[in-house]
Write a protein that binds this ligand. Sequence first.
Ligand code: SAM
Length: 275
Amino acid sequence: MGIATHEFEYLRKLVRDHSAIVLDADKAYLAESRLAGIATSNQCRTVSDLIFRLRTEPFHEAHGRVLDAMTNNETWFFRDLGPFLALERVIIPELLKKRAAEKRMRFWSAAASSGQEAYSVAMLLHSKFNLPGWDYVIRGTDISASILERARIGKYTQMEVNRGLPAALLARYFHREGCSWFISAEIKKKVAFESLNLAESWPTTGSFDVIFLRNVLIYLDMDTRRKILARVRQVLRPDGYLFLGCAESMLNLDDSFERIQFESSAYYRLKGQGR
Ligand SMILES: C[S@@+](CC[C@H](N)C(=O)[O-])C[C@H]1O[C@@H](n2cnc3c(N)ncnc32)[C@H](O)[C@@H]1O
């Protein structure tokens, strides 16, 4: 038996108010399966009982767990590959020239989930480029504190390392403990994870050469997407590079960016920056 319409409406509002994520009506079936464990651990007999408690109690840990459970955290190493090829073949070589004087590059994985995107960038930089004397850092942010905790630990299952990660990089940058794989300290130290809700105000963090804003806008309402892109414009260096997810585009959102095709994928640059 699924949850009642008014219960799902409450969940939709909770999720939208806290993260700007719009849950489609056809996601009601997910609530029952994703929230069952949280109901049990909160001594609620059913998911409906849990929702009743959430509605009647001030925001506490269970609300946070429900928000996490209703969010799609799917990610994998070198997801879609194209962006990482563009990084390796075009963007990093260009940045190495453009930033030769300052020897500094900053990357941002803006919906980092469990860290695979940020660690993929770090592994690519470490394995493909010779960067002595260069100061580079990858910032990973996400709205979910629990997923960021996983990212910080850098611990992955066999299934996760089987997804997208070349065997040579697994052998070079991970070690195995039982059924888990841990990312090496040399890669971990290049990545800094912190909590950030993209739909709320952003702390001052300086500017970025490359921003990965992939597979998150798609879940947010149009107005929030526009606001986020306007802020991305402020923190992306004028000659910097932006990636969206492959199912995402700037259409009807922001016309200050130009789309640059790279093989079967694409990245964005602010208009007027030339190539
Ligand atoms: C599908 S994952 C994408 C991960 C990675 N960027 C990729 O493409 O593989 C979406 C992530 O966006 C995060 N997210 C959703 N709403 C957010 C918001 N308002 N602010 C920051 N992160 C958000 C979720 O917690 C989730 O980890």
